[in-house]
Write a protein that binds this ligand. Sequence first.
Ligand code: APR
Length: 229
Amino acid sequence: MKKKVVVLTGAGISAESGIRTFRDSNGLWEEHRIEDVASPEGWHRNQELVLDFYNQRRRQVLECKPNRAHIALAELEQKYDVSIITQNVDNLHEAGGSTQVVHLHGELLKARSTKDENLIYDWPRDILTGDTCEKGSQLRPHIVWFGEAVPKMDEAIPLVMKADVFIVIGTSMVVYPAAGLINYAQYEIPKWLIDPNDMPLPRIPNLKFINQRATVGVDYLVKQLLEQA
Ligand code: APR
C-alpha cells in the first residue's frame, strides 16, 4: 500500500506563479482591509467593493499557471497517496495535476447562493450585482470569510491524522483553524516545513525546516521522497 503524504499549503506556494500573498511586504492585506473585503459585515456594508475585490483576484488567477512546486506535488502521486489541504482559493494545485485537493477557504472560480449555501456554481468570470442563483438570490464568492465557519476542517482533520508524512508549504500559520492542523499529525511521523522566510517554528516533534522558496524546496523534498519510496 502507498504511504500517505498530507500537504498543507498557503499563499506562498502560489507566489512564484505571480499571485500575491497576504502578509508579506506588498501583501494583499497592506492594500485592503480584511473587515471591508473579507468578512460578512463587509459584504453587508458594500457588496460592490467585495465583488470587485474578488473579481480582480479571479481575473488574475485565470492568467496564472502552476509552478514547479505545484507540479512536483502532483508527481509525488506516482508513489504516494497524496492529499493536499490548501488555504488557497486559486486552482493551481488542480491545474498542476493533483487529484485530491481540499480547499479549506473556498474556491475563487466558484460562486454560491446567498440564500442556500449548498447551491455552488462553477463561475470562471466576474460575479456582478444581479447575478443570481436558481432561487433568485444574489451570488457571492465561494470564499470562507473571517468570522465564518470552516466546514472543510471535518475532512482535513482525519486526513492529517492518517498521514505518514506531513508537509507544510508557504503559510504564515497565523490563521486558525487551519494553522492548528499540524497538531493532529501523529507524534512519530516526519514533518517538513518549507518557507523562504524565517519564522517561529511550531513546537512539535520531528519537524524539519527547509528554508527555501517553494519551487526549490518542494522540488528537493519530492525528489527525496520519490527516491525513498
Ligand atoms: N515560497 C514559499 N513560501 C513563500 C514564498 C515562496 N516563494 N513567498 C512567500 N512565502 C511565505 C511567506 O514567508 C509566508 O510565510 O508564504 C507565507 C504567506 O503567508 P500569508 O500571506 O499569511 O498567507 P497564508 O498563510 O496562506 O494566509 C492564510 O489568511 O487572509 C487569509 O484566507 C487567507 O488563506 C489565507 C489565510
